[in-house]
Ligand binder design. Structure first.
Ligand SMILES: [Zn+2]
Length: 254
């Protein structure tokens, strides 16, 4: 199963998913599901599994290292090299959504200010919309946006406040992509997630910003493509992990 991080994949515990609410904190999800379903259950980070799916079956095939960035309600990334996910020493590799790009920026659900997700995540954008238009009306009197898609619509229609929020989202996402490119030197970055897939202009703008925020050598070679598996990249990665666990070492669980 895939879940938003941070989580302890080895122990099968969701530690703290900022956008999933407190009820999930510390949930021993694999043990619960294994008991109910009577099958072995493994857990990993959704963005990391999306990276595995895209690396082996999608737009990342043949690229090594491959970085996958998901932009949806939250923002995360996964790194795959040699056909394997990079989990990091504590399972926390790739949490680029919580990379601070402006310490005075808006508050993220994780508690930090001005991280990439606080500017460009769908849930954070919905929170920004509620604060940006407290009257519920745009300058022209029409109904104000209530979610990320509404902000992008209002920006395209020329609303100055919405355009500013979109510009900040593109800048933050661009800085996140630049950080990944600088630290990892990926052969390719695949971008997916519902917000990225529905707002292609945001991604193109963020990529142009990322190129400028990198070393010239890195920016020149930066290749960013759209997910080939769309909404199923995470599912594909989860299936690949299940197949690996079933075929290799004895599967975990009962
Ligand atoms: Zn955060």
């Amino acid at each position: 199963m895939a879940a938003p991080g941070p989580l302890d994949a080895g122990a099968g515990v969701i530690e703290h998913s900022p956008n999933q609410g407190r009820a999930w904190r510390g949930t021993r999800i694999t043990a619960l599901l294994a008991e109910r379903l009577a099958v072995p259950v493994a857990l990993d980070d959704d963005a990391r599994l999306g990276a595995l799916g895209e690396a082996l079956l999608g737009a990342g095939r043949g690229a090594d290292p491959l970085v996958y960035v998901t932009v949806s309600s939250g923002i995360g990334s996964g790194i795959v090299s040699g056909g394997r996910m990079l989990r990091g020493a504590h399972g926390l590799a790739g949490e680029v959504g919580h990379l601070v790009v402006d310490p005075d920026g808006p508050r993220c659900a994780c508690g930090r200010r001005g991280d990439v997700e606080s500017y460009a995540g769908g849930a954070a954008l919905a929170r920004r919309a509620r604060r940006a238009w407290p009257s519920g009306r745009l300058a022209d009197g029409s109904a104000a946006p209530r979610d990320a898609a509404g902000i992008f619509r209002a920006a395209r229609a020329g609303d100055p406040l919405a355009r500013g929020i979109v510009a900040e989202a593109a800048e933050a996402l661009g800085r996140g992509l630049a950080a990944l490119a600088t630290a990892i030197d990926p052969e390719r970055i695949v971008v997916g997630g519902s917000l990225a897939l529905s707002q292609g202009a945001l991604v193109r703008r963020a990529v142009a910003i990322a190129r400028r925020r990198c070393l010239a050598e890195t920016g020149r070679r930066l290749v960013v493509v759209q997910s080939a598996l769309g909404e199923t990249s995470v599912l594909a990665g989860a299936a690949l992990l299940a197949a690996e666990l079933a075929g290799g070492a004895p599967p975990p669980g009962p």
